[in-house]
Design a protein around this ligand. Structure first.
Ligand code: SAM
Length: 192
């Protein structure tokens, strides 16, 4: 059962996936709000939420990014269907794309900010996936990674600490990285 839940968290699908997306949406609300408090967002920014799941972060982002462009990317069609309902917006306002962080269908330097909530520990190859995010960020653009430390300990032994994650961002080429302390949650911000 645990492995089924882990698999669903990695790529929600079908009825169980829909139930899990609702549960995650509620469970991740505080963490998402806290993460977004750590960055300044411009009303006209272009922002991508990678692994957007059921759209909780996009919904919050839409309160700050009122004149910009929001994009959500996720592996799971089930998640994107939920995200479309959650954001209550059409494709011109919040653009949703099914795909993987490893090869994103976006041009170089497209985004002012990329966010990733409770997802980076599921990605197939964190170093090259971060390099792909670096590619789509404009110069000076920021990556915000937020996740529960307990999930990192379970899924991502090599990068379970904020320091190790920040070091990886430096190795990928980010010009600066900042970490925010929290007893339960990891938050690392990289500047391209
Ligand atoms: C635990 S859920 C978190 C969803 C949402 N960010 C939240 O905080 O509620 C992880 C999400 O990341 C997505 N995901 C996992 N691997 C991915 C990848 N390689 N590329 C894009 N999305 C991915 C999953 O489909 C799933 O919707």
């Amino acid at each position: 059962m645990i492995s089924r839940l882990v698999e669903q968290s990695r790529r929600p699908d079908g009825l169980l996936g829909r139930v899990l997306l609702c549960t995650m949406g509620l469970a991740h609300r505080r963490l998402t709000a806290w993460g977004l408090e750590q960055v300044d967002l411009g009303a006209d920014d272009t922002v991508l939420d990678v692994g957007c799941g059921g759209g909780g972060a996009l919904d919050r982002l839409s309160q700050s990014v009122t004149d910009g462009h929001l994009h959500g990317l996720d592996l799971s069609r089930t998640a994107l269907t939920k995200a479309r309902r959650m954001t209550q917006a059409d494709d011109a306002t919040v653009r949703l794309t099914q795909g993987t962080v490893s090869t994103m269908p976006f041009p170089d330097e497209r985004f002012d900010m990329v966010t990733a909530f409770q997802t980076h520990y599921h990605w197939p190859a964190l170093d090259t996936d971060l390099a792909e995010i670096y590619r789509v960020l404009r110069q000076g653009g920021r990556l915000l990674i937020v996740g529960e430390k307990v999930k990192l300990q379970y899924h991502l032994e090599d990068y379970e600490t904020t320091t190790a994650t920040a070091d990886l961002l430096d190795a990928v080429g980010f010009s600066e990285s900042e970490t925010v302390d929290h007893p339960e949650w990891l938050c690392v911000i990289g500047v391209r």
